[in-house]
Write a protein that binds this ligand. Structure first.
Ligand code: ARG
Length: 415
């Protein structure tokens, strides 16, 4: 009888290579490895594929998800100025749903009943994979070998791998856990686990140390059409190419590093370092353009929508009615976000130093203090009287009661 099949999200690393053998041995499944190319650094996708087959996979599919990742996921992220806890641009959280989508598609194609991933039981990524899969096809079952197996340390895992004929690279194991894609890199573990330790310089590979960055500032102009980056320095480019170009340019100037304590969904605080040169610069530029183009109440309301969007996506709810509704709000605002922002890069900093837009709501005559001033200064008096009336009444009543000296008011005497 033919064996049941499992589609495994495969990275080429030790964990997922061990997963292949383990799924065969413990579950008796045929393993189909799926490698998602989301723009991560790698030593060759062909080599990863061969490794999967050598580790025992019956097939390995390498899928280029870069365009889709940018056009369906990062466009929505930029519309929402995606930033969990106001700091983390969600690079890992954004890649999981697109990979999950392909895992489910592959399961349908190969008539597999199972999907597997190599995440641990302590992180967010397991939640994102499993929540996404359960929405896309609730009949599929998920197996998480790393959460189940009894290999407690790296050494035990290597021993198991060697005993089962899996290639263990002779290169020294990185002490860090790294996840990356074209939106940036996430680095955790090792010495970073003590929040007092300064991140060692060598964890960063796509941003220069500000000390080593060029001694002269450089400017770049980013143009947006309906909220989506569409040109650099006047040259029309795809959003994907803009990301590649800005990663190099902004990274060279040492901007884009993040070092934070982050609240994981599973209740753990963790120390995370990131480098997201293009992502941070683009969100900064996009926000600046929104400042210019969005009506005040929309802009203010959008801030809370953005927070909710980031929390939902961080928590694995990419495919959810809440996230869809939040996307719809953001989408209605982006039609007005057209224009150009000038960024100045210098020694680890990135500043917005200019913005212009055909949809700008900035009105020189209203803003200026020069003689062209068209603002109605007289109207301010009545405006303030009514705007402040409610709190003024409150303050007057406090005073009256204090003057009467009732005991209830003694408690308020701190006023
Ligand atoms: N803390 C980030 C998140 O939850 C990054 C996780 C990256 N994964 C990793 N294995 N380093 O989205």
């Amino acid at each position: 009888m033919a064996k049941d099949k499992v589609i495994l999200a495969y990275s080429g690393g030790l964990d997922t290579s061990v997963c292949i053998k383990w799924l065969q041995e413990e579950y008796g499944l045929d393993v189909i490895a799926l490698v998602g190319d989301v723009g991560q650094e790698h030593d060759g996708l062909q080599a990863i594929k061969e490794k999967a087959l050598k580790s025992g996979a019956v097939a390995c599919e390498v899928i280029d998800m870069k365009e889709e990742f940018v056009n369906e996921y990062l466009t929505k992220a930029i519309a929402a100025n995606a930033m969990y806890e106001n700091k983390y641009p969600l690079l890992s959280a954004l890649s999981r749903p697109v990979i999950s989508k392909y895992l489910v598609e592959a399961a349908h194609q190969h008539k597999a009943k199972y999907i597997a991933h190599g995440c641990t039981g302590k992180g967010n990524d397991q939640v994102r994979f499993e929540s996404s899969v359960s929405v896309l096809d609730p009949t599929l079952k998920v197996i998480a070998p790393v959460r189940e197996w009894d290999l407690k340390t790296r050494a035990e895992e290597i021993e198991w791998a060697q005993a089962h004929g899996i290639d263990v690279p002779v290169t020294k194991d990185s002490p860090y856990s790294i996840d990356d894609n074209l939106w940036g890199r996430a680095i955790e573990c090792g010495v970073l686990e003590d929040p007092w330790n300064e991140p060692p310089e060598d964890i960063f590979t796509i941003t220069a140390s500000p000390l080593e960055a060029p001694g002269q500032p450089e400017y770049v102009e980013v143009e947006f059409k309906e909220g989506i980056p569409c040109a650099l320095d006047g040259k029309a480019m795809s959003f994907l190419d803009i990301i590649y170009e800005l990663n190099a340019l902004v990274g060279k100037h040492g901007f884009g590093r993040i070092d934070m304590i982050e609240n994981r969904l599973v209740g753990v605080k963790s120390r995370e370092c990131y480098e997201v040169p293009a992502g941070l610069a683009l969100i900064m530029a996009h926000r600046a353009l929104e400042d210019l183009c969005l009506e005040r109440d929309v802009l203010h309301y959008k801030l809370s929508i953005e927070q909710s969007w980031a929390v939902a996506v961080y928590n694995g709810q990419w495919f959810s009615p809440l996230k869809n509704a939040l996307d719809a709000f953001c989408a209605t605002t982006q039609g007005d976000v057209n224009g150009t922002v000038r960024l100045k890069l210098f020694k680890g900093s990135c500043l917005v130093v200019g913005s212009k837009s055909v949809s700008s709501l900035y009105d020189y005559a209203l803003a200026t203090y020069d003689k062209e001033d068209a603002f109605d200064h007289g109207a301010a008096k009545g405006f303030i009287a009514l705007h402040g009336l409610s709190t003024k009444v409150w303050a007057m009543k406090q005073l009256e009661r204090k003057a009467k000296g009732t005991s209830a008011d003694k408690a308020l005497s701190g006023m």
